[in-house]
Design a binder for this molecule. Structure first.
Ligand SMILES: NC(=O)c1ccc[n+]([C@@H]2O[C@H](COP(=O)([O-])OP(=O)(O)OC[C@H]3O[C@@H](n4cnc5c(N)ncnc54)[C@H](O)[C@@H]3O)[C@@H](O)[C@H]2O)c1
Ligand SMILES: [Zn+2]
Length: 510
């Protein structure tokens, strides 16, 4: 095999990234060559072990090694798990000449990398990333760490791997949701630093899942290439590396305020990319055409661009919480053109002020895309969208009884929020008096899918019901309902839902 190689040039911490199918034959050879006498300690998680456990044994046959399969998931990215790895290394008699193999997604990579960084004051580690996110992002760059109850990634260390082995065949067993989440980081890399990758993504659009092996390798290599070039120029994130935070200022806030575990990191980043692009437009940095392209691309890929369950006040409060310290302004990466990003120091108060307007724009653009009309005319006067809902033979018309009232304005948010929100026209559920009134929420069938997949069936049904309320002819929503007709969604449910909606939101159901 003749894999492609990329070098991350960091002086005596330089290392190679290998790309190719059947990468195992290479890491076998690599280990024998560079760690002939040392022990090899593979850290993975139980999901990965259940798929690749036998392969790992086969690939490392003849090399003294042991394997630790951790409980999977972000909720286990904590100190207890790090201690488990320390115990595993101690029992396996790991020494300074030993090698830790981080074999799994970003959680395994961060935990095993951190344990390697700190055990015996640092032993070697290689990364074999098995999720798209870990291939294009976390396995390269040397950031390792774990979460505390007080916040994500609060403890960590920089510890560059000795090598990274990337095989796109691992993606074949990854579920769609995690695959899609990784795509958000690919889009980020394209926007921040690779115009050619951006063009390719636009050309592929919603058909990204059908990429061939060779196309996947190209996409992954370009994204990794961008990350590696940034890491080379700013290993410790003192300045330039912050452009990798594109989409993450608002994305992290979304992820945190929705409650960790509700959205995958990449899903929150997709929202952050779209929201920050609109912010960039408002600040005069990002062009309208780029925003259109991005929103379209992300929706086409199946990302919801808003989490209607999250109040703007929570997002506003979470923005700028930098490792638990509240800062007053951030170096915000904004996209000036595809592949070109600028760092702008922006006061947090300004970002917060813009949130209601951004949410409203996101909503309008999402609807415009669903209806295939230019943004700005999302719901024109003569819109074909009606508020008639068909249930069996009956037809119901739903109209708002009263308009919104201007919301109370939170002290931290500044007066403009109240001003902007007073123009919102769609009633929302009860909110705490101090909350910023959210702009009308986005509802898409994709969002309903997301909730459904998380077991939140009633929310999913509610969203589809609301879509049909606004657009009874929506074919995707109808198909969604039809697909679940024999499930736990029956017309009676829809009727009950409509009545609840009528009561809850003050609609007149006639
Ligand atoms: N260090 C960094 O620079 C950096 C950058 C970005 C993200 N991260 C971290 O990465 C983590 C997220 O990583 P992730 O998205 O890879 O999540 P993950 O490691 O939790 O993996 C996602 C899920 O996929 C499973 N899985 C992994 N590989 C698989 C495969 N090939 N087939 C089937 N299932 C597979 C895992 O068991 C897990 O259930 C977060 O903790 C985040 O903080 C770190
Ligand atoms: Zn990220």
């Amino acid at each position: 095999m003749n894999p492609e190689t990329m070098t991350v040039a960091l002086g005596d911490r330089s290392y190679d990234i290998f790309f190719g199918r059947e990468i195992y034959s290479l890491f076998q050879e690599w280990i024998c060559r560079f760690y002939p006498g040392g022990t090899v300690h593979v850290v993975t998680d139980r999901n990965v072990a259940s798929i690749y456990g036998d392969d790992i044994q086969r690939w490392l046959a003849g090399i003294p090694h042991d394997v630790l399969a951790l409980p999977p998931g972000e909720e286990h990215k904590n100190f207890d798990t790090v201690r488990e790895i320390y115990g595993f290394l101690a029992r396996g008699d790991a020494g300074r000449d030993s090698l830790v193999v981080a074999f799994g997604g970003g959680v395994v990579g961060d935990l095993a990398g951190f344990a390697a960084a700190t055990y015996l004051r640092g032993i070697s580690c290689i990364q074999v990333p098995t999720t798209l996110l870990s291939q294009v992002d976390s396995s390269v760059g040397g950031k390792t760490g774990f979460n505390l109850p007080e916040g994500k990634n609060l403890v960590g260390a920089f510890h560059q791997p000795r090598a990274v082995f990337i095989d796109d065949a691992f993606l074949l067993t990854l579920d769609d949701r995690n695959l899609r989440a990784g795509m958000a980081e690919v889009v980020k890399c394209a926007l921040a630093g690779d115009a050619e990758l951006w063009d390719r993504l636009l050309a592929v659009g919603g058909k990204w899942k059908a990429l061939s092996g060779e196309e996947w390798r190209w996409v992954v290599r370009r994204a990794v290439g961008f990350k590696a070039s940034v890491v080379e120029r700013d290993e410790r994130e003192t300045s330039l590396r912050r452009i990798l935070n594109l989409g993450h200022t608002i994305g992290h806030a979304m992820e945190k305020s929705g409650g960790y575990g509700r959205l995958l990191h990449g899903e929150a980043v997709a929202m952050g990319l779209a929201w920050e692009a609109i912010l960039g437009m408002k600040l005069g940095v990002t062009g309208e055409e780029l925003v259109d392209g991005l929103v379209s691309l992300l929706i086409g890929m199946g990302f919801p661009l808003d989490d209607p369950g999250v109040a703007l006040t929570s997002i506003a409060a979470a923005i700028g919480m930098d490792k638990k310290r509240m800062v007053s302004d951030v170096d915000l990466p904004l996209v000036a053109a595809p592949g070109r990003c600028e760092l702008r120091r922006v006061p947090l108060a300004e970002i917060r002020r813009e949130l209601p307007g951004i949410r409203a724009e996101i909503r309008e653009r999402s609807i415009a895309r669903e209806l295939n009309i230019p943004a700005g005319n999302a719901v024109p006067e003569e819109s074909p969208v009606s508020n008639l809902v068909h249930v069996g033979d009956e037809v119901y018309e739903i109209r708002p009884v009263e308009e919104n009232v201007a919301p109370a304005v939170p002290a931290e948010a500044g007066p403009e929020i109240g001003k902007e929100q007073a123009t919102a026209v769609e009633p929302e559920s009860e909110q705490a008096p101090s909350e910023i009134r959210a702009a009308p929420a986005v509802r898409t069938v994709t969002l309903a899918d997301l909730y459904w997949s998380q077991g939140e069936h009633s929310t999913a049904r509610r969203i589809v019901g609301e879509i049909l309320r606004d657009d009874p002819a929506n074919l995707r929503a109808q198909a969604w309902l039809a697909a679940r007709a024999g499930d736990d969604l029956v017309e009676a449910d829809l009727l009950a839902f409509l009545e609840t909606m009528a009561k809850e939101y003050g609609y007149d159901l006639s």
